[in-house]
Ligand binder design. Structure first.
Ligand SMILES: [Fe+2]
Ligand SMILES: [Fe+2]
Length: 214
């Protein structure tokens, strides 16, 4: 078997390992400080806590998908530089994952039970985009990150006013995702056709509705 095939197998096993680690088993580990540090909640009612937990569960599921998207593209990206930048971004998304997980626990809640499903779906989409070519895979990253930025903006309006810790986390994530989108475009990401952008937005709506509850 050629080295190339060994590399491909290595990548696939790394992807599967990540899948078990991020979607099913152990806790994510952040490499940066949690943005919620130093922020105190104002008093939250039970209903506000439940609502905030629903929104943070959606954000956590989104970060599980981000791990899978980047990992999937890392499996198939042709240019080494693109592959490395995908892996770097996946590590930054792990900070987001850890922050959301910590906040969910503070709110007395748990991640989405459907996380393995979100992970598997996003891994397949990321791998497909990567297989089509780097220009499209980077365009896919840029569009995904744009949609996540808009989604996080909407959560800044929907989170309870007194939930300062969730707000600090969501604001920091929004800034990171905007930077990820810029980097993907600068690296040569193509603008995706309207119907593809529309389909992505429909899928993300299905996920956000489900993960808010389950
Ligand atoms: Fe993220
Ligand atoms: Fe991102």
């Amino acid at each position: 078997m050629s080295n190339r095939r060994y590399d491909a197998l290595d990548n696939i096993f790394a992807g599967l390992d990540e899948m078990l680690r991020t979607s099913v088993a152990a806790r994510a580990v952040a490499s940066r400080d949690n943005p919620a540090e130093g922020h105190e909640d104002q008093s939250l009612t039970d209903a506000e806590r439940r609502h905030a937990a629903g929104l943070m569960r959606v954000n956590h599921a989104g970060e599980v998908m981000a791990q899978a998207l980047y990992r999937g593209q890392g499996l198939t990206a042709r240019l080494e530089s693109v592959r490395e930048s995908m892996e770097d971004a996946a590590r930054e998304e792990e900070d987001h994952l850890a922050w959301c997980e910590a906040r969910l626990a503070e709110l007395g809640s748990t991640p989405s039970a459907l996380n393995p499903l979100w992970y598997a779906g996003a891994l397949a989409m990321g791998a497909a985009a990567g297989a089509i070519g780097d220009r499209w895979s980077l365009g896919f990253v840029a569009e995904t990150e744009d949609q996540v930025v808009r989604h996080l903006e909407s959560h800044m309006g929907r989170l309870p006013r007194g939930d300062r810790r969730s707000r600090a986390i969501v604001a920091a994530m929004r800034d990171d995702e905007a930077r990820h989108a810029d980097h993907a475009r600068e690296a040569g990401g193509a603008d995706l056709p309207g119907p593809v952008r529309g389909a992505m937005s429909v899928l993300s709506k299905i996920m956000t509705r489900a993960a808010y509850r389950i």
